[in-house]
Each structure stands twice: as C-alpha cells, then as structure tokens.
Design a binder for this molecule. Structure first.
Ligand code: GLN
Length: 514
C-alpha cells in the first residue's frame, strides 16, 4: 500500500490502455478495472482519482454498461471521457441522446481556461473526437467548460465535487494538449504527488523479490526478448546465484542474437548467476522438416521449446520459484484487468507451465507497460541494444520463412535481415520504422548473374509504422536506401536473386510475414 493510485474504469473503449499509459507518463501509477468491478473494491483501493473510459455503447440503451451514482459520491475526483462523460451526465440527471451532427477526427475545441482542467491549455485547441451521441443537457450542478462548432457540451465540470466530463479523447496523441489536461487532472484536481518512477520501482521490486525468495532457488527461461531479459536481470540483482537462467537457442533467432544473449547473461557477463545455453538448433530443424503450414510451425516450435526447457530444468532439480516476463498489457488483454477481456487469451498469463516442479511464480513486470519495461531495463543497466530490441515473435524466424524451414534458409534470412538492419541504422532516417525485418518467400525465379542463369529465392523486406501494432502502414523508406539494401542482399547472400518490398498495410496484411 502507500503508493498513490488512479483507477481507470473500462467501458470497452479502444483507447483504455492508452489512458493508463498517459497517466503513468505523468508519474502517477494507475490500473485498469472493468466497469463491473464492485464499488466496495474500488473504495478499498483508496484511489486518488477515477477515470471513466470511452466505449462503443450508448448510455441510454437498455443494458448499456453503467455505474452507480455512488461512484460520484466517494469524495474522489472523477474524470469521464467520451462514453464516460456521457455516462456521468446520464447517471447524474443530465440528458444524452443521438447528436444531430456526429464528430469524428481532429476538431477545434474552445475551452474555458478558468477551469482547473484546462489550466495552461490554449483557448482554442485541437482535440480528437469520436462520437455519435452527445450531452444535450449537462447534469444539474455542472457548468459547461468547452464547446465546438457542433457540440455545445464538449466538456462540463462540477468543480466543487471534483467531477469532470469531457467529450473528446485526451489520451490520444491527436489531442494536442491532452497530456496537459490529464496532468492537470491528476495533479491539480486529484492532488497526486507523482511517486511513480522507474528508479524507485526497480529498487522496491528488488527489495521485495529478495524478501520473498529468501534462500530459495529461482528458475527463469530466457528468450533474449526485452521482457524476459529485464525480468532476469532484476532477479539476478536481487538474488544473484540463486538464479538459474535457461536460454534455449532454437536456431531461429536473428543473426548473432544467441551470442549477444550469452554475452550479457553468460559467465563473462556482469551478473553472478547460473546460465545454461541449450543449443537445440538441430533438434528444432529436425522437427520442422517438411512442415509448411504456419500454424503448425508455431505449434511445433512452442511445444519443442517447452520440452527442451523441461529437460533442462529437470536436471536442476527442484526449484522454488519460476520467473515469468508477463507485462501489464498481457494482464489486461487476458481479461484480468479491463474490459477487452474476451478478445484474446494470452500465452503468458494463466498458462502456467506445469512441467516444472516449483512452488510459486514471480512476475516482476506484471504492472508495467512496454515502455516502462524498457525504462526499467535502462535503470538496471541493460545494454540499449537489448532494451530497444524490436518486437520479435516467439517462433522467431520460423515464421519469417514461408514454407519449409531448413538450416540453409535460416542462414539466408538471417544474413538478409542483418544487412537490412545495418543499412537502416546507417541511413539515419528521421523516423526509424517501428518494426522492420527481412523474410524469405517460398518463391524461386530465374535471374542472371555473371552471365549465368540462376534459379533462386526472393527475399521480402517489410517495414511498418504503427502506434500500437493493432494497425500499421508500410513505411516509405527512401528509394536509395532500398536500393542499397537490395544490391547488398543479392550480392552477399547466396541463393537470393530478387528482393521485394512489401507495401501492404495491416489490415488486410499482418506485420509478420508467414
Ligand atoms: N458510443 C458513444 C458515442 O457514440 C461513446 C463513444 C466513445 O466513447 N468514443 O457517442
């Protein structure tokens, strides 16, 4: 206890996690809960403030997600966003109905700068709107503090009660002064002190882990990804050589990646832990022989991974704790947090590996968003190269090779990908694509090299810009850069005679190429 907290109540809006992230960027901790959460539970958390998110429903519909009047009578400031604003108005006796004019996208809003919510915000400010309904009449006690050309109540407040309703979305970056508004809410209105910082988080976590583990033995599966690396270092700092890290090299990692992981965690690295690297390349290639279907490949790689890990951990004998790199979005998306519950189940949560004999699970990153995990990693002194590693699927290159996986193909895609990454880094682009990689297509075609006919593979280059990986668009990499990459790949990578650039967006494509 003791840590101040904002509670975000989720009504199914698509930006629920963004709301929480923006609040945390203000150095205030917050958590997301479904609107179905018991009022008693919320009261017990003693939140400094409550934020109600947007949502797809209309508040006046039968069965629409709702909340009791008591929520507004806890004596805790409440900020309603879009659906949340409409709900606050509806529950407290205002009138919400279908808007004569729907607003969608960037809209100029005129705000009343005398409101504490808009302190320091420009009188005319661009905000992101997305609504069909509107607050026709605010609830009694409220005064209007913002409007647009088509929306008479773009925001309303009952300042004495700490109640604020805003029709637009401050959490979305298109709302130019949205962070300032959230900042005003948590500091000026809720009176937060801002005690959520990664340095103190890391310190407190290390202390708590040390206490919990005592003299117990801890086991961690390292994948080389950001989450498991940060979790492992945290454990290493907390309990040193009581920790064993098992790193399964499935032979489907990016070029040199296995060695990079070993450099950090191995015997010559800075940490005092037991490091076991299992070179299981041949074993994985063997299992993947002749398999072309991507889902089957994923399954085989996942299962084999567990099997190898299991064999290794059996050699260690009984362990007391197993470390998992679960992060907050995993928790929210598997329904333990917010409202997007039903959408997907996540491999990291719930699916405890029952094949290892252990007492308890430790999830040191369970409360963190990805950007916070990276910050924690830097605090822990993990090399930037590892901390800022691009997202990489668990099945690795196995799913960046279309069709059958072989050792030769892995080598081709590793080399092509390394060239691509080198050249992108060297190009010093104003914005590095959020994710980019080379994949190997299953297409062979005729080419000519040194006057000789070739019949070789085509590499596909992918690069996307995205905010959240839910949607993405192809990056417009400068032509010269693509040319340089292409010429190096066809020259340096044997059995590749063609390079294609994928400009498909997601949807309908995916970011990965399998
Ligand atoms: N469904 C409500 C509307 O259309 C709220 C939308 C939202 O929260 N983005 O107005």
């Amino acid at each position: 206890m003791g840590r101040e907290k904002i509670v975000v109540i989720d009504f199914g809006g698509q930006y629920n996690q963004l709301v929480a992230r923006r609040v945390r960027e203000c150095n205030v901790y917050c958590e997301i809960y479904s609107y179905k959460t018991d009022m008693e539970k919320i009261r017990e958390m003693e939140p400094k403030g409550i934020i109600l998110t947007g949502g797809p429903n209309s508040v006046y519909e039968e069965g629409a997600p709702s909340c009791g009047r008591e929520l507004f009578e806890l004596g805790v400031p409440v900020l309603g966003l879009c659906y949340g604003a409409q709900l606050m108005s509806h529950v407290l006796g205002g009138h919400v109905c279908k808007a004569p004019v729907r607003e969608y996208g960037r809209i100029e809003v005129t705000v009343d700068q005398s409101s504490r919510l808009f302190g320091d915000v420009s009188e005319k400010t661009i905000c992101w709107m997305s609504h069909n309904d509107y607050i026709e009449k605010p609830a009694p006690g409220f005064r209007v503090i913002a409007h647009t050309a088509d929306c008479p109540v773009a925001a309303a407040e009952w300042a004495e009660r700490g109640l604020y309703a805003i029709q637009f979305h401050p959490e979305v970056l298109h709302t130019q002064e949205g962070s300032k508004m959230l900042h005003n809410f948590v500091y000026e209105i809720c009176g937060c002190a801002g005690d959520w910082r990664m340095d103190s988080f890391v310190e407190t976590s290390i202390r708590a882990i040390r206490e919990k583990v005592g003299s117990g033995k801890v086991l961690c599966a390292l994948s080389g990804g950001v989450d498991s690396s940060v979790a492992a270092v945290m454990l290493a700092k907390a309990v040193g050589d009581q920790l064993t890290c098992v790193f399964v090299d499935h032979g489907l990692l990016r070029k040199n990646e296995g060695d990079e992981v070993e450099e950090v965690f191995g015997p010559n690295g800075p940490y005092d832990l037991h490091f076991i690297r299992v070179n299981a390349q041949e074993r994985f290639y063997g299992k993947l022989k002749g398999v072309e279907e991507p889902e089957r490949k994923r399954k085989i790689i996942g299962e084999e991974f567990i099997r190898v890990f299991e064999e290794e951990s059996k050699k260690i004998g009984k362990v007391d704790f197993l470390v998992q790199g679960t992060i907050y979005p995993d928790v929210v998306e598997s329904g333990l947090g917010g409202e997007s519950a039903v959408i997907k189940s996540h491999h990291n949560v719930g699916g405890l590996p029952d094949y290892v004999d252990f007492k308890e699970i430790i999830e040191p990153l369970r409360e963190l968003f990805k950007d916070e995990v990276r910050k924690a990693g830097l605090e822990l002194g993990i090399p930037e190269k590892l901390v800022y590693r691009q997202p990489f699927p668990g099945p690795g290159l196995g799913i960046r090779i279309v069709g059958e996986v072989t050792a030769e193909k892995v080598k081709m895609v590793q080399d092509a990908d390394a060239i691509y990454r080198e050249e992108i880094a060297a190009a010093g682009l104003p914005h590095t694509p959020d994710q980019y990689f080379a994949a190997l297509t299953n297409m062979r075609s005729v080419g000519v090299m040194g006057d000789e006919r070739t019949y070789d593979y085509a590499v596909a280059l992918r690069a996307v810009n995205t905010v959240d990986f839910m949607t993405a668009e192809a990056s417009q990499i400068p032509w010269e850069v693509l040319q340089r990459v292409t010429s190096r790949i066809v020259n340096e990578v044997a059995h590749v005679n063609r390079v294609l650039y994928d400009i498909t967006s997601k949807p309908p494509g995916t970011v990965e190429f399998e």
